[in-house]
Design a protein around this ligand. Structure first.
Ligand SMILES: Nc1ncnc2c1ncn2[C@@H]1O[C@H](COP(=O)(O)OP(=O)(O)OP(=O)(O)O)[C@@H](O)[C@H]1O
Ligand SMILES: [Mg+2]
Length: 379
């Protein structure tokens, strides 16, 4: 098999070099040869996972080869001409895209204290991530598992993305957010290099959190071109996560989020991957009261607004719904004043109107479906 590997490497390298030089004909020949070698290697793989990963690599090489035909037909210039960003229809060249092109990197200031409610969820994240991360020696001594990933799931607007950022805030870690949309548009072609860059960038920070948002979009049915890309990218991300897991010194944590967990490929939930699942539900009464406090208390508010009653009324509303409703209510007196009227306040009537205009975005059926999924996967 060693010689097959050698020829695969050689053909792939030549193919990519030729592509970079805009020599489409020879690039195509080399890439097809590389794909053929990879198919041979996939037959020799010991496990189904590995077989699949190699078939995916081969498929990717076929796509690149096909793209050479398109490029030639359109008389396209060499792909690495300066100043151009990779487009979804044109694979990026190896080494061309910087991690910063397709990943949001930040040091979030938001903390758990800024998130209303979800005390159980915060405590689970503390137990599984924060404490082991901050006290690695203790975790090792007591055999507490560190690493792996946590999957946050729950209805839209319940604070999953906010929680992920706040986890980074709690740990003073650098936060890398990878969104499905970015993956689709920017990882095409050189996914492996890009993922490696992401992991290298994360590993080069003293502490980091890699957050994969809308993780279900990364594992779609094999349908269109985008699907093809994902089929290659995701096994690599997941295998990379396992790699991080094995080195206990790793200071990189993984968080994922989804609001359609039942669409996830079971491969995502395997041990060493997103094996800890945490349900992020709609806010309870206390959380809704806290949100109203957060989003109304600092605004000009009529004395007769009763936040406690309002919180009862907003049963079934998500955090995002409540924030939206408060923003909307604040707009009324603001516009009045901005148009030269008397500076008013947010009144109970304005709030009642705002509630009437914005029904909760999460239906009972959706909530039931989450409860059911939560019960099933816990079993
Ligand atoms: N528990 C909460 N406390 C305070 N604000 C919240 C909370 N939940 C949601 N919000 C508000 O709603 C906004 C949207 O929340 P976020 O984006 O975190 O939801 P999400 O669960 O990631 O939604 P989606 O599933 O649609 O991605 C937040 O930026 C915040 O303003
Ligand atoms: Mg989100």
């Amino acid at each position: 098999m060693a010689s097959t590997w050698d020829s695969f490497e050689r053909y792939k390298q030549r193919g990519l070099d030729a592509r970079r030089a805009g020599q489409w004909d020879s690039a195509k020949v080399y890439l097809l040869e590389a794909a053929r070698s990879m198919i041979e290697l996939s037959k020799a793989a010991g496990t189904e996972d590995l077989r699949q990963a190699r078939r995916d690599t081969a498929e990717r090489l076929y796509e690149l080869a096909k793209d050479c035909d398109d490029a030639k037909a359109k008389n396209r210039k060499a792909p690495s001409s300066p100043g151009r960003r990779p487009q979804s229809t044109e694979p990026a060249e190896p080494g061309e895209a910087q991690a910063t092109d397709w990943v949001v990197k930040e040091k979030p200031k938001v903390r758990f204290a800024d998130i209303a409610g979800l005390e159980d969820v915060k405590e689970e994240i503390r137990l599984k991530m924060v404490y082991p991360f901050e006290h690695p020696e203790l975790a090792e001594q007591f055999g507490i598992k560190a690493g792996g990933g946590i999957l946050l799931y729950g209805p839209p607007g319940t604070g999953k993305t906010m929680l992920a950022r706040a986890t980074a805030g709690e740990l003073d870690a650098t936060f890398f957010r990878v969104s499905a949309a970015d993956v689709l548009s920017k990882w095409v072609g050189e996914a492996e290099q890009n993922i490696k860059k992401l992991f290298d960038a994360a590993a080069s920070e003293p502490r980091s959190i890699v957050f994969i948002d809308e993780i279900e979009s990364l594992i779609p049915a094999r349908r269109d071109d985008g699907g093809g890309v994902m089929q290659r990218v995701i096994p690599q991300v997941l295998q990379g996560m396992e790699g991080f897991d094995k080195s206990t010194k790793s200071r990189v944590l993984f968080l994922g989020a989804t609001n359609v967990p039942w669409q996830l490929d079971p491969a995502v939930l395997r041990p060493g991957r997103f094996d800890e699942k945490v349900y992020v539900p709609l806010p309870d009464l206390a959380a809704r009261a806290k949100m109203l406090e957060l989003y109304l208390a600092n605004r000009p508010l009529a004395d007769d607004v009763d936040l406690a009653t309002l919180a009862v009324q907003l049963d079934g509303y998500s955090g995002a719904d409540i924030k939206h409703l408060c923003d909307r209510a604040a707009l009324v007196p603001f516009l009045q004043a901005a148009k030269g009227g008397k500076a008013g306040v947010i009144t109970p009537a304005i709030l009642t109107d705002a509630i009437a205009d914005s029904p909760p975005s999460v239906t009972n059926e959706m909530t039931k479906r989450f409860d059911q999924w939560a019960a099933e996967t816990r079993a």
